[in-house]
Design a protein around this ligand. Structure first.
Ligand code: SAH
Length: 282
């Protein structure tokens, strides 16, 4: 096996500067396209966050999109057909700023001290929420940013479902609407099963609650109570928790309303915070 384990300052800076997620499997594959799969303890994974970077050297356009999904499948990040289909169908290229690498597995800055998450992070969250993104179901995407994941949710629940994206930066919400309008999810926006709003996502979005699926795309120090309240019994929330060291938590609400939580992996997200704090220094 030819694999590269990189300890590289450039990559370190990129990982932290763009705020990315630590994959469960850490690897960078070499020209042989083989990879090193390290089963590390959570502690080791945290320590190594900055030293590893997963990158897909995919081509442009539809071939880039296809090979991005193929790689995510090969490395076990995508395990279901529906997640593969939606990520192939909704073109990430329409959601990243012009000139950025759309299909490379890295977060990309989108302005306003925010990033579009890396493809493996989108795939991880889609996998975790897949059962709660069945046709007709309801989903809330807090910190919707570019609208990419919100669009994936909308395509999965379809015209009979309801998906709401909330971000507190009005310019990002405008941009996300424009992105969706150019995409295969455009008709869901016009038909009203998908909407994107400006708001403080820590309050959720009461109008269409309760939700089968809630995704939070920014890290909270604790789970905002309104989000727990707006989660349907039987529903699932995926939320990064923590400040410097963060963990992706999966919160399941049972039919009797009791809550069970488990940690999926270590991550690094932008904070779920106030608009003023996020824009400080921007
Ligand atoms: N998941 C998105 C964006 C992730 S970046 C994507 O991949 O495109 C996190 C986003 O959370 C940013 O857009 C930021 O503006 C937003 N955010 C942070 N705190 C927020 C809050 N309190 N309410 C709503 N959005 C918030």
């Amino acid at each position: 096996m030819r694999a590269q384990v990189l300890i590289c300052p450039t990559i370190t800076l990129r990982a932290y500067g763009h705020l990315c997620h630590t994959p469960r499997r850490l690897y960078r594959y070499g020209s042989s396209s083989q990879f090193l799969n390290l089963n590390l303890s959570r502690f080791s994974r945290r320590l190594l966050t900055s030293f590893f970077h997963m990158e897909f050297q995919s081509g442009a356009g539809s071939s880039g999109k296809k090979s991005m999904v193929e790689n995510l499948k090969r490395y076990g990040v995508i395990s279901s057909k529906r997640v593969a289909q939606v990520m192939e169908h909704l073109d990430r290229g329409l959601f990243v700023p012009a000139g950025s690498s759309a299909y490379v597995d890295t977060p990309v800055p989108i302005g306003y001290n925010a990033t579009i998450s890396a493809p493996h992070m989108h795939a991880t969250c889609l996998q975790l929420l897949e059962d709660k993104l069945q046709p007709g179901m309801r989903a809330l995407d807090v910190g919707s940013g570019t609208g990419y994941l919100t669009g994936c949710f909308a395509l999965m629940v379809g015209a009979e479902g309801r998906v709401v994206g909330v971000d507190h930066i009005p310019e990002l919400v405008d941009m996300s609407i424009k992105n969706i309008e150019k995409s295969v999810a455009a008709s869901l926006l016009t038909k009203g099963s998908l909407s994107l709003h400006v708001g403080d996502g820590r309050k959720g979005w009461q109008e269409f609650a309760p939700y089968d699926a809630i995704h939070v795309g920014a890290a909270a120090s604790e789970i905002p109570q309104p989000l727990l309240d707006q989660l349907k019994p039987g529903g699932r929330m995926v939320i990064p928790l923590g400040t410097y060291f963060q963990e992706l938590k999966v919160i399941d609400k049972s039919e009797d309303g009791s809550i069970k939580a488990h940690t999926e992996t270590s991550v690094r997200y932008v904070p779920l915070t106030s608009r003023e704090e996020q824009l400080g220094g921007f």
